[in-house]
Design a protein around this ligand. Sequence first.
Ligand code: NDP
Ligand code: ZN
Length: 177
Amino acid sequence: HSFGEARRLIHALAFAAHKHRDQRRKDKDASPYINHPIALAHILISEGGVSDAVVLCAAILHDTIEDTKTTYAELKSNFGTEIADVVMEVTDDKSLEKAERKKLQIAHAAKASPRAKLVKLADKIANLRDLASTPPHDWSIERRRDYFDWAKQVIDGVRGTNPQLEAAFDKAYAARG
Ligand code: NDP
Ligand code: ZN
């Protein structure tokens, strides 16, 4: 049983590492993209006490549909419906305008499943920490603050999901300046 879960987690890591292999984060050193999904899983298990393998796998895979050519069907056949559905819940529709997408993310997060809310919390914690320590080289202070404020709107809609992660988010938000 626990071997099966470990195997599924390692499979998700290998799958995400392959899918994101040519991508980099936006920080000045262009860090390997896979560091970000790994950071989410680390935040969930170490700071949120989350042991649900569906949530941990979904966190590792959370940007595959949005940012690579990965499809829902591919996630479903590799990892099952539960994990594929959580990833789908946290995936933005990239055919929409950015401003529209940002508005929809606030609305969708509030109505998401508890598992998807955990992934959202970890994603926003990781991104605010990155913005504080290794921000995109070309972002103004205003743009960074706008992002902090939007992230807070998303997270305010998911409160009541995991107190430790919500506290970690608030601590990260305090670096807004
Ligand atoms: P982006 O959506 O383009 O970038 C933010 C995303 O980049 C994060 O959500 C994260 O997404 C990813 N990311 C990659 N590397 C990093 C990193 N080092 N630190 C943090 N995040 C990283 O930017 P915005 O959210 O700003 O969206 C664009 C919006 O900004 C538009 O609505 C536009 O109107 C506005 N804008 C504002 C400007 C201003 O000066 N105020 C200037 C230009 C645009 P993930 O987790 O998915 O990887
Ligand atoms: Zn992300």
